[in-house]
Design a protein around this ligand. Structure first.
Ligand SMILES: [Zn+2]
Length: 280
């Protein structure tokens, strides 16, 4: 445990880059060997577009990183935050901290983006992907990256997470997001077993169905427990799913960087979020 803490306390930027792109390469490789859906699209073009949004996400987080680190150092030094109130064994301290960061920094952020209209205008870019794979994980409009950064900042302060925990959480978060978006065909028994603890591709694919109410379910990123606790969990036969967003199903548009960057400001504001509800 000490070794883990020491490692994340001083993790070099190069290692963080390896975790992000190494994870992406790893999952894309498995997708190639055992895909769930056979996509007819140009995989390189698809990954390329999503990589653009991955770079903008990295850029936003890089620009604001010092705020997050300063806030984390401050709460840790002043023993402020939920996990700082009582002395806890280090394993419990770490697990509880990571779980609460996942709840407030990811699950709550994601739920809010689906329920606050102006935030949805940014988040919908993530949902316009009609071919879900590991590269879809970081397909976030830069505006959404800022929203998510603010939620992470709030989570770090409320939780009282030290710097090493924030960096450990971010490494887990990026890897699990790539995993749960990946186009991997996992044996049913394995998926079921793993989904008791973490969000699996089978669980998260439902969230990317093109219509409500399925797109308003399964918001989780790392731990699967939050959707079960807050009753936002839905189980659907993944073979029935259609990826994308019913208000944005024009293939030419949703594969264009310019269109996606402008989408939050392009006058869709008065539109109904989804056209109608569907029962699978
Ligand atoms: Zn979503």
């Amino acid at each position: 445990m000490d070794a883990l803490i020491n490692y994340f306390e001083t993790i070099p930027s190069s290692h963080r880059t390896v975790i992000l792109f190494g994870g992406l390469a790893f999952f894309l490789l498995i997708e190639n060997v055992a895909p769930f859906f056979q996509f007819k699209n140009n995989k390189i073009k698809h990954v390329g577009l999503n990589l653009f949004f991955t770079f903008t996400t990295i850029l936003v987080n890089f620009v604001f990183a010092f705020i997050l680190i300063n806030a984390s150092q401050y709460v840790d030094a002043n023993q402020f935050g939920l996990i700082q109130f009582f002395p806890l064994p280090i394993f419990v301290f770490t697990l509880l901290g990571i779980m609460l960061l996942d709840l407030l920094g990811a699950w709550l952020a994601h739920w809010t983006e689906h329920h606050v209209k102006w935030m949805w205008q940014f988040h919908l870019i993530h949902h316009t992907d009609m071919n879900l794979d590991a590269s879809s994980a970081n397909r976030h409009h830069p505006g959404e990256s800022v929203i998510r950064f603010l939620f992470t900042l709030m989570a770090v302060v409320i939780v009282g997470a030290p710097v090493w925990m924030v960096l450990l959480y971010q490494a887990l978060s990026v890897t699990l997001s790539q995993f749960n978006h990946s186009n991997i065909s996992m044996p049913k028994w394995l998926d079921t077993a793993v989904s008791w603890l973490v969000v699996t591709p089978d669980m998260h694919r439902v969230h990317h169905h093109y219509r409500q109410p399925y797109s308003d379910s399964n918001y989780g990123n790392i731990f699967s427990i939050w959707d079960k606790i807050f009753r936002t969990y839905q189980k659907v036969d993944n073979r029935k799913l259609v990826y994308g967003l019913d208000t944005h199903m024009e293939k030419e548009n949703v594969n264009k960087i310019g269109y996606l960057l402008k989408a939050p400001f392009a006058g869709y504001r008065s539109e109904i979020k989804y056209s109608e509800k569907e029962q699978l």
